[in-house]
Write a protein that binds this ligand. Sequence first.
Ligand code: C2E
Ligand code: MG
Ligand code: MG
Ligand code: MG
Length: 287
Amino acid sequence: QAKDSGRAQVRFYSSELNELRKKQQQIEDKLKEAIRQDGLQLHFQPKADLTGDDICFTSAEALIRWQNQGQTVFYPDEFIPVAERTNLICELGYWVIRRACLQISQWKQAGYKGVSIAVNLSPKQLSDQGLFPFIQRQIEENGIEQGELELEITEYAVVEDFLESVSRLNNLKQLGISVTMDDFGTGYSSLNYLKKLPIETMKIDRSFISRLPAAPEDSAIVIAIFAMAKALNLKVVAEGVETQEQLDFLRQHGCHMAQGYLFSPALPSGEFIHWLENHRPDISEAR
Ligand code: C2E
Ligand code: MG
Ligand code: MG
Ligand code: MG
């Protein structure tokens, strides 16, 4: 009897695994099509600069969306990992970079100055030989200036070949691109690595922010991250800020930037600009 139920369980697991594989294959096939047929969109989430007396919105994170007539087909957390397992992530990544550079240039032409865009890079992209020349060309073609394009990488992007990563990041820096360590605290945060990386900013993962300020452990961790960042001369961004209490705590402890639903979710470019006009008086004046 025990044998029977054991077999049933194996069958259960393998059919679940089959389902998973089938779903991944389906996502992969549809994603290829979506990339080719312009079925993907880039949305923008404002990043708040907290260093002045007034909060200022000077940049946005580009977040990929896969929607069909406003309806989500798949979420990034579902299809980015699938793309990462295949080489599709590089194709997807090129699309995102091109789209972001085009957007920076369009906003500037429309008179919206001083808004930079941060693009997420997958680990595979950073080790792709074609990345640097591609970015260089996009920057030239779209007249992207120093500081207008930022990149967000995760710790996983640099662990495999650390020295190679440092040299690639240095090359990007020479193009005037600043790099942020995304989801900080969730990967292999070797302080020795961090010290040697040519990055400017680290972004504290949402999981440390969500229970602020009530949770004593999370508060202690976040304060410790601020102290470390200061010692390493890095700026800190907090991600996933949803409440005023979280923002107050972060400002009180010297956090440089914040991002989250408290300000806005990621929006399509037109809505983002509209949002910016309402939250940055200077942006319409400059026009
Ligand atoms: P991420 O780079 O850490 O982006 C932050 C995620 O948190 C985004 O989810 C964003 O919509 C969400 N978020 C922002 N503020 C809040 C908040 O206050 N509360 C909550 N609960 N969530 C918030 P999204 O857009 O679903 O993206 C998920 C992940 O997919 C990203 O995490 C990133 O790793 C990846 N991703 C998204 N776009 C791209 C892309 O263009 N290229 C690559 N390689 N990865 C991307
Ligand atoms: Mg990010
Ligand atoms: Mg993040
Ligand atoms: Mg995160």
